[in-house]
Design a protein around this ligand. Structure first.
Ligand code: SIN
Length: 544
Protein backbone atom coordinates (compact mmCIF):
# COMPACT_ATOMS: atom_id res chain seq x y z
CA UNK A 1 0.00 0.00 0.00
CA UNK A 2 1.56 3.32 -0.97
CA UNK A 3 0.38 6.80 0.08
CA UNK A 4 1.86 10.28 0.27
CA UNK A 5 1.23 10.40 4.02
CA UNK A 6 0.44 7.67 6.55
CA UNK A 7 -1.23 8.65 9.81
CA UNK A 8 -1.40 6.11 12.64
CA UNK A 9 -4.33 7.20 14.80
CA UNK A 10 -7.67 8.83 14.07
CA UNK A 11 -8.04 11.16 17.07
CA UNK A 12 -8.21 14.92 16.95
CA UNK A 13 -4.50 15.32 16.11
CA UNK A 14 -4.54 12.69 13.35
CA UNK A 15 -7.73 13.94 11.69
CA UNK A 16 -6.64 17.60 11.92
CA UNK A 17 -3.50 16.61 10.02
CA UNK A 18 -5.38 14.41 7.53
CA UNK A 19 -7.94 17.09 6.65
CA UNK A 20 -5.21 19.73 6.33
CA UNK A 21 -3.29 17.55 3.85
CA UNK A 22 -6.07 16.01 1.84
CA UNK A 23 -6.56 18.78 -0.70
CA UNK A 24 -3.26 17.91 -2.34
CA UNK A 25 -2.01 14.61 -0.85
CA UNK A 26 -3.23 11.02 -0.71
CA UNK A 27 -3.54 10.19 2.94
CA UNK A 28 -4.05 6.87 4.76
CA UNK A 29 -5.40 6.99 8.31
CA UNK A 30 -4.93 3.76 10.25
CA UNK A 31 -6.95 3.16 13.37
CA UNK A 32 -6.95 0.03 15.47
CA UNK A 33 -10.70 0.20 16.19
CA UNK A 34 -13.17 2.67 14.63
CA UNK A 35 -12.54 6.28 13.66
CA UNK A 36 -13.85 7.80 16.91
CA UNK A 37 -12.79 5.14 19.41
CA UNK A 38 -9.87 7.06 20.92
CA UNK A 39 -9.51 9.43 23.85
CA UNK A 40 -10.33 12.61 21.87
CA UNK A 41 -13.94 11.52 21.56
CA UNK A 42 -14.12 11.15 25.36
CA UNK A 43 -12.74 14.61 26.13
CA UNK A 44 -15.30 16.52 28.15
CA UNK A 45 -13.82 19.87 29.19
CA UNK A 46 -12.90 21.77 26.06
CA UNK A 47 -10.24 23.79 24.27
CA UNK A 48 -8.25 26.49 26.07
CA UNK A 49 -8.13 29.72 24.08
CA UNK A 50 -8.08 33.38 25.14
CA UNK A 51 -11.27 34.74 23.54
CA UNK A 52 -12.44 37.03 26.33
CA UNK A 53 -11.54 40.73 26.05
CA UNK A 54 -9.98 40.65 29.54
CA UNK A 55 -7.73 37.74 28.52
CA UNK A 56 -4.67 37.49 26.28
CA UNK A 57 -2.34 34.92 24.75
CA UNK A 58 0.33 36.17 27.18
CA UNK A 59 -1.85 35.33 30.22
CA UNK A 60 -2.62 31.91 28.75
CA UNK A 61 1.14 31.34 28.29
CA UNK A 62 1.84 32.41 31.88
CA UNK A 63 -0.78 29.99 33.26
CA UNK A 64 0.59 27.17 31.07
CA UNK A 65 4.13 27.76 32.33
CA UNK A 66 3.01 28.10 35.97
CA UNK A 67 1.19 24.73 35.79
CA UNK A 68 4.22 23.20 34.02
CA UNK A 69 6.46 24.02 37.03
CA UNK A 70 9.29 25.77 35.14
CA UNK A 71 9.73 22.85 32.76
CA UNK A 72 7.75 24.03 29.75
CA UNK A 73 9.61 24.74 26.53
CA UNK A 74 9.01 28.46 26.03
CA UNK A 75 9.13 28.26 22.22
CA UNK A 76 6.59 25.42 22.13
CA UNK A 77 4.27 27.24 24.55
CA UNK A 78 4.43 30.38 22.41
CA UNK A 79 3.91 28.47 19.15
CA UNK A 80 0.86 26.51 20.34
CA UNK A 81 -0.83 29.40 22.11
CA UNK A 82 -0.16 31.92 19.34
CA UNK A 83 -1.88 29.48 16.96
CA UNK A 84 -4.82 28.83 19.30
CA UNK A 85 -7.23 31.32 17.74
CA UNK A 86 -6.59 30.15 14.19
CA UNK A 87 -7.00 26.55 15.38
CA UNK A 88 -10.45 27.16 16.90
CA UNK A 89 -11.47 29.29 13.90
CA UNK A 90 -10.53 26.33 11.68
CA UNK A 91 -12.78 24.08 13.79
CA UNK A 92 -15.60 26.64 13.72
CA UNK A 93 -15.31 26.96 9.93
CA UNK A 94 -15.76 23.18 9.77
CA UNK A 95 -18.93 23.50 11.85
CA UNK A 96 -17.83 22.79 15.44
CA UNK A 97 -20.89 23.43 17.64
CA UNK A 98 -19.33 25.28 20.58
CA UNK A 99 -21.72 26.40 23.33
CA UNK A 100 -22.80 29.99 22.79
CA UNK A 101 -23.47 32.78 25.26
CA UNK A 102 -25.44 35.73 23.91
CA UNK A 103 -24.22 37.94 26.80
CA UNK A 104 -20.52 37.39 26.08
CA UNK A 105 -18.65 39.72 23.72
CA UNK A 106 -17.04 36.70 22.04
CA UNK A 107 -20.48 35.11 21.61
CA UNK A 108 -19.26 31.89 23.27
CA UNK A 109 -19.62 30.49 26.77
CA UNK A 110 -16.19 30.08 28.32
CA UNK A 111 -15.88 27.83 31.36
CA UNK A 112 -13.12 27.64 33.98
CA UNK A 113 -10.76 24.83 34.91
CA UNK A 114 -7.92 24.36 37.40
CA UNK A 115 -4.78 26.46 36.93
CA UNK A 116 -6.48 29.01 34.65
CA UNK A 117 -6.78 32.43 36.24
CA UNK A 118 -9.90 33.14 34.24
CA UNK A 119 -12.63 31.70 32.07
CA UNK A 120 -10.91 30.46 28.94
CA UNK A 121 -12.34 27.06 28.02
CA UNK A 122 -14.32 26.94 24.79
CA UNK A 123 -16.59 23.89 24.95
CA UNK A 124 -19.57 22.04 23.51
CA UNK A 125 -21.58 21.46 26.74
CA UNK A 126 -19.72 18.64 28.54
CA UNK A 127 -18.90 16.55 25.47
CA UNK A 128 -16.53 18.76 23.47
CA UNK A 129 -14.40 15.92 22.13
CA UNK A 130 -17.42 13.97 20.92
CA UNK A 131 -18.91 16.99 19.15
CA UNK A 132 -15.67 17.84 17.35
CA UNK A 133 -14.68 14.26 16.57
CA UNK A 134 -18.07 13.32 15.11
CA UNK A 135 -17.73 16.23 12.73
CA UNK A 136 -14.12 15.66 11.67
CA UNK A 137 -14.59 11.88 11.32
CA UNK A 138 -17.55 12.44 8.98
CA UNK A 139 -15.54 14.89 6.90
CA UNK A 140 -12.50 12.58 6.76
CA UNK A 141 -14.65 9.59 5.78
CA UNK A 142 -16.26 11.60 2.98
CA UNK A 143 -12.99 12.98 1.59
CA UNK A 144 -11.87 11.28 -1.64
CA UNK A 145 -8.16 11.68 -0.80
CA UNK A 146 -8.40 10.11 2.67
CA UNK A 147 -8.55 6.33 3.01
CA UNK A 148 -9.52 5.17 6.48
CA UNK A 149 -8.21 1.74 7.44
CA UNK A 150 -10.11 0.77 10.57
CA UNK A 151 -9.21 -2.38 12.54
CA UNK A 152 -5.56 -1.83 11.46
CA UNK A 153 -2.98 -1.96 14.24
CA UNK A 154 0.35 -0.25 13.47
CA UNK A 155 3.00 -2.72 14.65
CA UNK A 156 6.38 -1.15 13.91
CA UNK A 157 7.99 1.55 11.79
CA UNK A 158 10.04 0.61 8.73
CA UNK A 159 13.20 2.71 8.84
CA UNK A 160 16.75 2.80 7.53
CA UNK A 161 18.37 0.84 10.35
CA UNK A 162 15.77 -1.90 10.14
CA UNK A 163 16.48 -2.25 6.41
CA UNK A 164 20.25 -2.19 6.96
CA UNK A 165 20.56 1.14 5.14
CA UNK A 166 22.57 4.18 6.11
CA UNK A 167 20.84 7.37 7.25
CA UNK A 168 17.97 7.85 9.61
CA UNK A 169 14.74 7.87 7.66
CA UNK A 170 11.28 6.40 8.09
CA UNK A 171 9.68 4.72 5.05
CA UNK A 172 6.35 3.52 6.46
CA UNK A 173 5.09 0.85 8.79
CA UNK A 174 3.75 -2.66 9.17
CA UNK A 175 0.15 -2.96 10.30
CA UNK A 176 -1.93 -5.92 11.40
CA UNK A 177 -5.27 -6.08 9.61
CA UNK A 178 -7.31 -7.43 12.49
CA UNK A 179 -10.13 -8.61 10.25
CA UNK A 180 -7.97 -11.02 8.26
CA UNK A 181 -5.08 -11.54 10.69
CA UNK A 182 -2.58 -10.66 7.94
CA UNK A 183 0.16 -8.01 8.18
CA UNK A 184 0.23 -5.33 5.47
CA UNK A 185 3.16 -3.15 4.46
CA UNK A 186 2.40 0.60 4.16
CA UNK A 187 4.90 2.81 2.30
CA UNK A 188 5.03 6.59 2.48
CA UNK A 189 7.44 9.50 2.43
CA UNK A 190 5.81 10.87 5.55
CA UNK A 191 4.51 8.95 8.54
CA UNK A 192 2.68 10.63 11.41
CA UNK A 193 2.28 8.97 14.81
CA UNK A 194 -0.95 10.21 16.41
CA UNK A 195 -1.88 7.18 18.49
CA UNK A 196 -2.67 9.04 21.73
CA UNK A 197 -1.47 8.32 25.24
CA UNK A 198 -0.77 5.38 27.51
CA UNK A 199 -3.30 5.51 30.35
CA UNK A 200 -3.77 1.73 30.12
CA UNK A 201 -0.34 1.32 31.70
CA UNK A 202 -2.23 1.96 34.96
CA UNK A 203 -4.92 -0.09 36.65
CA UNK A 204 -7.24 2.90 37.04
CA UNK A 205 -7.48 5.35 34.18
CA UNK A 206 -9.90 7.78 32.57
CA UNK A 207 -8.67 6.61 29.15
CA UNK A 208 -10.36 4.29 26.66
CA UNK A 209 -8.94 0.79 26.07
CA UNK A 210 -7.08 2.07 23.01
CA UNK A 211 -4.60 4.16 25.04
CA UNK A 212 -1.70 1.70 25.08
CA UNK A 213 1.22 3.95 24.12
CA UNK A 214 1.56 2.43 20.65
CA UNK A 215 3.19 5.42 18.92
CA UNK A 216 5.57 6.13 21.79
CA UNK A 217 6.71 2.50 21.89
CA UNK A 218 7.11 2.29 18.09
CA UNK A 219 9.15 5.48 17.96
CA UNK A 220 11.35 4.31 20.84
CA UNK A 221 12.00 0.95 19.20
CA UNK A 222 12.94 2.82 16.00
CA UNK A 223 15.57 4.84 17.87
CA UNK A 224 13.77 8.14 18.53
CA UNK A 225 14.27 10.05 21.77
CA UNK A 226 11.48 10.05 24.34
CA UNK A 227 11.14 12.79 26.96
CA UNK A 228 9.44 13.53 30.29
CA UNK A 229 7.65 10.21 30.69
CA UNK A 230 7.66 10.49 34.50
CA UNK A 231 5.02 13.23 34.25
CA UNK A 232 1.83 11.19 34.19
CA UNK A 233 -1.17 13.34 35.00
CA UNK A 234 -3.71 11.82 37.39
CA UNK A 235 -7.09 13.46 36.92
CA UNK A 236 -8.50 14.20 40.38
CA UNK A 237 -12.12 13.26 39.70
CA UNK A 238 -12.99 9.96 38.06
CA UNK A 239 -16.42 8.55 39.04
CA UNK A 240 -16.06 5.96 41.81
CA UNK A 241 -18.56 3.17 41.24
CA UNK A 242 -17.98 -0.57 40.82
CA UNK A 243 -19.61 -0.60 37.37
CA UNK A 244 -18.45 2.79 36.06
CA UNK A 245 -15.35 1.98 34.06
CA UNK A 246 -13.18 5.06 33.43
CA UNK A 247 -15.90 7.73 33.58
CA UNK A 248 -14.48 11.22 34.07
CA UNK A 249 -16.22 14.00 35.98
CA UNK A 250 -14.96 17.04 34.10
CA UNK A 251 -12.87 19.66 35.82
CA UNK A 252 -15.44 22.12 34.50
CA UNK A 253 -17.70 20.88 37.33
CA UNK A 254 -15.22 22.42 39.77
CA UNK A 255 -14.88 25.40 37.45
CA UNK A 256 -18.60 26.05 37.80
CA UNK A 257 -18.56 25.84 41.59
CA UNK A 258 -18.24 22.14 42.48
CA UNK A 259 -16.49 21.55 45.83
CA UNK A 260 -14.62 18.51 47.11
CA UNK A 261 -15.82 17.07 50.41
CA UNK A 262 -15.05 14.35 52.93
CA UNK A 263 -17.82 11.88 53.84
CA UNK A 264 -18.88 14.16 56.74
CA UNK A 265 -19.38 17.06 54.29
CA UNK A 266 -16.25 19.03 55.30
CA UNK A 267 -14.21 20.71 52.56
CA UNK A 268 -10.49 19.92 52.56
CA UNK A 269 -8.93 21.65 49.52
CA UNK A 270 -8.62 25.14 51.12
CA UNK A 271 -6.15 23.61 53.60
CA UNK A 272 -3.90 22.49 50.72
CA UNK A 273 -3.89 25.47 48.36
CA UNK A 274 -5.30 29.01 48.28
CA UNK A 275 -6.88 28.19 44.90
CA UNK A 276 -8.74 25.29 46.60
CA UNK A 277 -10.63 23.13 44.05
CA UNK A 278 -9.19 25.18 41.18
CA UNK A 279 -5.55 24.49 41.97
CA UNK A 280 -3.66 22.65 39.18
CA UNK A 281 -4.39 18.93 38.91
CA UNK A 282 -1.20 17.65 40.53
CA UNK A 283 -2.07 19.49 43.73
CA UNK A 284 -5.73 18.42 43.81
CA UNK A 285 -4.97 14.78 42.93
CA UNK A 286 -2.26 14.53 45.62
CA UNK A 287 -4.55 16.10 48.22
CA UNK A 288 -7.32 13.58 47.45
CA UNK A 289 -4.83 10.69 47.49
CA UNK A 290 -3.50 11.89 50.85
CA UNK A 291 -6.97 12.20 52.42
CA UNK A 292 -8.09 8.80 51.10
CA UNK A 293 -4.97 7.07 52.44
CA UNK A 294 -4.92 8.94 55.76
CA UNK A 295 -8.57 8.18 56.56
CA UNK A 296 -8.75 4.73 54.92
CA UNK A 297 -11.62 5.86 52.65
CA UNK A 298 -12.56 4.53 49.21
CA UNK A 299 -13.25 7.95 47.67
CA UNK A 300 -14.05 11.61 48.31
CA UNK A 301 -17.12 13.53 47.09
CA UNK A 302 -17.58 16.25 44.49
CA UNK A 303 -20.63 18.35 45.27
CA UNK A 304 -22.34 20.71 42.83
CA UNK A 305 -25.95 20.18 43.89
CA UNK A 306 -26.13 23.80 45.18
CA UNK A 307 -26.23 25.04 41.55
CA UNK A 308 -29.73 25.18 39.99
CA UNK A 309 -30.83 21.91 38.41
CA UNK A 310 -31.60 23.76 35.17
CA UNK A 311 -27.99 25.00 34.98
CA UNK A 312 -26.62 21.50 35.57
CA UNK A 313 -28.90 20.04 32.89
CA UNK A 314 -27.74 22.65 30.36
CA UNK A 315 -24.01 22.51 31.13
CA UNK A 316 -23.42 18.91 32.18
CA UNK A 317 -26.00 16.78 30.33
CA UNK A 318 -23.60 13.87 29.73
CA UNK A 319 -22.30 13.73 33.30
CA UNK A 320 -25.82 14.08 34.70
CA UNK A 321 -27.19 11.26 32.54
CA UNK A 322 -24.25 8.93 33.17
CA UNK A 323 -24.35 9.45 36.94
CA UNK A 324 -28.10 8.82 36.93
CA UNK A 325 -27.45 5.45 35.24
CA UNK A 326 -25.54 4.57 38.43
CA UNK A 327 -28.24 5.93 40.72
CA UNK A 328 -26.48 9.24 41.50
CA UNK A 329 -28.53 12.39 40.96
CA UNK A 330 -25.99 15.24 40.79
CA UNK A 331 -28.75 17.84 41.21
CA UNK A 332 -29.44 16.46 44.70
CA UNK A 333 -26.35 14.68 46.01
CA UNK A 334 -22.51 14.65 45.84
CA UNK A 335 -20.63 12.45 43.36
CA UNK A 336 -18.15 9.85 44.70
CA UNK A 337 -14.78 10.42 42.97
CA UNK A 338 -11.17 9.13 42.95
CA UNK A 339 -8.06 10.16 40.97
CA UNK A 340 -7.08 8.06 37.93
CA UNK A 341 -4.30 8.12 35.32
CA UNK A 342 -5.36 10.60 32.65
CA UNK A 343 -2.63 12.07 30.46
CA UNK A 344 1.03 11.54 29.52
CA UNK A 345 2.84 14.89 29.42
CA UNK A 346 5.89 13.22 27.89
CA UNK A 347 6.30 11.34 24.64
CA UNK A 348 8.23 11.32 21.38
CA UNK A 349 10.58 14.32 21.21
CA UNK A 350 9.51 16.66 18.40
CA UNK A 351 9.95 20.22 17.26
CA UNK A 352 7.02 22.59 16.88
CA UNK A 353 6.18 21.07 13.49
CA UNK A 354 5.90 17.58 14.96
CA UNK A 355 9.20 16.41 13.42
CA UNK A 356 10.73 13.47 15.32
CA UNK A 357 14.29 12.13 15.15
CA UNK A 358 13.87 10.14 11.91
CA UNK A 359 13.47 12.08 8.68
CA UNK A 360 9.94 11.60 7.39
CA UNK A 361 8.58 10.78 10.86
CA UNK A 362 6.28 13.06 12.88
CA UNK A 363 4.52 12.67 16.22
CA UNK A 364 1.58 14.82 17.29
CA UNK A 365 -0.97 15.04 20.11
CA UNK A 366 -0.50 13.04 23.29
CA UNK A 367 2.03 10.76 21.56
CA UNK A 368 4.49 13.65 21.30
CA UNK A 369 6.48 15.74 23.72
CA UNK A 370 6.72 19.22 22.22
CA UNK A 371 7.55 20.70 25.62
CA UNK A 372 4.19 22.51 25.88
CA UNK A 373 3.13 20.77 29.09
CA UNK A 374 6.37 20.69 31.06
CA UNK A 375 5.89 18.89 34.38
CA UNK A 376 2.08 19.25 34.42
CA UNK A 377 -0.42 19.92 31.66
CA UNK A 378 -2.80 22.81 32.10
CA UNK A 379 -6.41 21.65 31.69
CA UNK A 380 -7.78 21.77 28.12
CA UNK A 381 -4.42 22.56 26.55
CA UNK A 382 -4.38 19.06 25.05
CA UNK A 383 -7.22 19.33 22.52
CA UNK A 384 -5.69 22.67 21.59
CA UNK A 385 -2.29 21.05 21.03
CA UNK A 386 -3.89 18.30 18.90
CA UNK A 387 -5.38 20.79 16.44
CA UNK A 388 -2.40 23.16 16.34
CA UNK A 389 0.16 20.38 15.93
CA UNK A 390 -1.94 18.42 13.44
CA UNK A 391 -2.10 21.51 11.25
CA UNK A 392 1.58 22.37 11.83
CA UNK A 393 2.77 18.88 10.86
CA UNK A 394 0.62 19.09 7.71
CA UNK A 395 2.20 22.44 6.90
CA UNK A 396 5.71 21.00 7.32
CA UNK A 397 4.83 18.04 5.07
CA UNK A 398 3.35 20.26 2.37
CA UNK A 399 6.46 22.44 2.44
CA UNK A 400 8.90 19.52 2.54
CA UNK A 401 7.57 17.15 -0.01
CA UNK A 402 8.70 19.08 -3.07
CA UNK A 403 12.28 19.26 -1.78
CA UNK A 404 12.39 15.73 -0.41
CA UNK A 405 11.69 13.51 -3.39
CA UNK A 406 13.84 10.71 -2.09
CA UNK A 407 13.27 7.21 -3.37
CA UNK A 408 11.58 4.71 -1.09
CA UNK A 409 13.46 1.40 -1.30
CA UNK A 410 11.68 -1.90 -1.77
CA UNK A 411 10.21 -2.85 1.60
CA UNK A 412 10.29 -6.49 2.68
CA UNK A 413 6.99 -8.18 3.48
CA UNK A 414 6.32 -9.22 7.07
CA UNK A 415 7.84 -12.63 7.79
CA UNK A 416 5.76 -15.05 9.80
CA UNK A 417 7.58 -18.18 8.70
CA UNK A 418 9.04 -18.91 12.14
CA UNK A 419 6.10 -18.34 14.44
CA UNK A 420 3.18 -20.56 15.38
CA UNK A 421 -0.22 -20.15 17.02
CA UNK A 422 -0.11 -19.33 20.71
CA UNK A 423 -0.40 -22.23 23.14
CA UNK A 424 -0.95 -20.20 26.33
CA UNK A 425 -2.88 -16.94 25.96
CA UNK A 426 -3.01 -16.72 29.76
CA UNK A 427 0.54 -15.31 29.65
CA UNK A 428 -0.89 -12.19 28.00
CA UNK A 429 -3.78 -11.68 30.40
CA UNK A 430 -1.65 -12.36 33.45
CA UNK A 431 1.18 -10.03 32.42
CA UNK A 432 -1.20 -7.29 31.34
CA UNK A 433 -2.88 -7.37 34.75
CA UNK A 434 0.39 -7.54 36.67
CA UNK A 435 1.92 -4.65 34.75
CA UNK A 436 -1.02 -2.29 35.29
CA UNK A 437 -1.29 -3.19 38.98
CA UNK A 438 2.41 -2.68 39.68
CA UNK A 439 2.37 0.66 37.85
CA UNK A 440 -0.58 1.78 39.98
CA UNK A 441 0.95 0.62 43.26
CA UNK A 442 4.61 1.54 42.70
CA UNK A 443 4.64 4.32 40.08
CA UNK A 444 1.45 6.22 40.97
CA UNK A 445 0.68 9.62 42.47
CA UNK A 446 3.25 9.27 45.28
CA UNK A 447 6.52 7.49 44.49
CA UNK A 448 9.58 6.41 46.48
CA UNK A 449 12.99 5.15 45.36
CA UNK A 450 12.21 1.70 46.72
CA UNK A 451 8.88 1.45 44.90
CA UNK A 452 10.48 2.56 41.63
CA UNK A 453 13.29 0.02 42.03
CA UNK A 454 10.71 -2.73 42.63
CA UNK A 455 8.79 -1.67 39.55
CA UNK A 456 11.93 -1.63 37.40
CA UNK A 457 12.88 -5.10 38.57
CA UNK A 458 9.43 -6.57 37.82
CA UNK A 459 9.28 -4.86 34.42
CA UNK A 460 12.54 -6.50 33.30
CA UNK A 461 11.07 -9.94 34.09
CA UNK A 462 7.77 -9.13 32.40
CA UNK A 463 9.55 -7.87 29.31
CA UNK A 464 11.57 -11.07 29.03
CA UNK A 465 8.38 -13.13 29.04
CA UNK A 466 6.59 -10.83 26.61
CA UNK A 467 9.53 -10.70 24.21
CA UNK A 468 9.85 -14.44 24.24
CA UNK A 469 6.15 -14.84 23.57
CA UNK A 470 6.32 -12.27 20.76
CA UNK A 471 9.27 -14.08 19.21
CA UNK A 472 7.50 -17.41 19.01
CA UNK A 473 3.80 -16.80 18.50
CA UNK A 474 1.58 -15.18 15.92
CA UNK A 475 0.67 -11.62 16.84
CA UNK A 476 -2.71 -10.47 18.11
CA UNK A 477 -4.01 -7.07 19.24
CA UNK A 478 -3.65 -8.00 22.92
CA UNK A 479 -0.06 -9.12 22.45
CA UNK A 480 0.90 -5.98 20.50
CA UNK A 481 -0.69 -3.72 23.10
CA UNK A 482 1.03 -5.52 25.95
CA UNK A 483 4.39 -5.30 24.14
CA UNK A 484 3.89 -1.54 23.74
CA UNK A 485 2.70 -1.05 27.31
CA UNK A 486 5.73 -2.79 28.79
CA UNK A 487 8.01 -0.52 26.73
CA UNK A 488 6.11 2.57 27.87
CA UNK A 489 6.01 1.42 31.51
CA UNK A 490 9.76 0.94 31.39
CA UNK A 491 10.21 4.47 29.99
CA UNK A 492 8.01 5.92 32.76
CA UNK A 493 9.88 4.10 35.51
CA UNK A 494 13.35 4.87 34.20
CA UNK A 495 12.49 8.54 33.70
CA UNK A 496 11.12 8.69 37.26
CA UNK A 497 14.31 7.09 38.59
CA UNK A 498 16.48 9.67 36.85
CA UNK A 499 14.64 12.59 38.48
CA UNK A 500 16.06 13.35 41.90
CA UNK A 501 13.50 15.95 42.93
CA UNK A 502 9.73 16.43 43.11
CA UNK A 503 8.27 18.63 40.41
CA UNK A 504 4.76 18.93 39.02
CA UNK A 505 3.24 15.50 38.51
CA UNK A 506 6.31 13.62 39.70
CA UNK A 507 6.31 13.38 43.50
CA UNK A 508 8.96 11.21 45.18
CA UNK A 509 8.89 11.07 49.00
CA UNK A 510 12.66 10.44 49.03
CA UNK A 511 13.28 13.63 47.00
CA UNK A 512 10.52 15.99 48.18
CA UNK A 513 12.25 19.25 47.19
CA UNK A 514 12.25 20.89 43.77
CA UNK A 515 15.70 21.62 42.30
CA UNK A 516 16.29 25.30 41.47
CA UNK A 517 16.63 24.56 37.74
CA UNK A 518 14.15 22.39 35.87
CA UNK A 519 15.55 20.06 33.21
CA UNK A 520 13.66 17.64 30.97
CA UNK A 521 14.36 13.90 31.16
CA UNK A 522 15.38 12.73 27.70
CA UNK A 523 15.90 9.03 27.10
CA UNK A 524 17.75 7.83 24.07
CA UNK A 525 18.58 4.25 23.13
CA UNK A 526 21.91 5.50 21.90
CA UNK A 527 22.93 7.08 25.20
CA UNK A 528 20.92 5.54 28.01
CA UNK A 529 22.42 2.31 29.21
CA UNK A 530 19.95 2.14 32.09
CA UNK A 531 16.98 1.66 29.84
CA UNK A 532 16.50 -1.87 28.61
CA UNK A 533 14.97 -1.88 25.18
CA UNK A 534 12.11 -3.77 23.64
CA UNK A 535 14.39 -5.40 21.11
CA UNK A 536 14.96 -8.90 22.34
CA UNK A 537 18.18 -10.60 21.40
CA UNK A 538 16.20 -13.79 21.46
CA UNK A 539 13.80 -12.68 18.75
CA UNK A 540 13.46 -15.21 15.99
CA UNK A 541 11.36 -13.04 13.75
CA UNK A 542 13.52 -11.27 11.20
CA UNK A 543 11.19 -8.33 10.95
CA UNK A 544 12.49 -6.57 13.98
C1 SIN B 1 -11.82 17.53 31.97
O1 SIN B 1 -12.86 17.81 31.39
O2 SIN B 1 -11.67 17.63 33.19
C2 SIN B 1 -10.66 17.04 31.16
C3 SIN B 1 -10.09 18.12 30.36
C4 SIN B 1 -8.61 17.90 30.17
O3 SIN B 1 -8.09 16.85 30.54
O4 SIN B 1 -7.95 18.82 29.69
Amino acid sequence: MEFDVLIAGSGLAGLSAALSLAESRRVAVLTKRGATDGASDWAQGGIAVSLDASDSAERHMEDTCAAGCALCDAAAVRFVIEHSRSAVEWLMARGAPFTRDAQAASGFHLTREGGHRQRRILHAADATGHAVMTLLAEQAQAHPNITLFDAHFAIDLIHSARLGLSGQRCYGLYALDMRTGSVRTFRARHTILATGGAGKAYLYTTNPDTATGDGMAMAWRAGCRIANMEFIQFHPTCLYHPYAKSFLISEAVRGEGGVLKLPDGARFMPAYDARAELAPRDIVARAIDFEIKKRGMDCVYLDIHHRPAEFLRAHFPTILARCLEFGIDITREPIPVVPAAHYACGGVVTDVYGRADLAGLYAIGETACTGLHGANRLASNSLLECVVMGRAAAQAILAASEKERHEIPALPAWDESRVTDSDEEVVITHNWDELRRLMWNYVGIVRTDKRLARAAHRIVRLREEIDEYYAHFRISRDLLELRNLVDVASLIVESARFRHESRGLHFNRDWPEMQPKGLPTILSRAFSSRVTTGASAKRHRENH
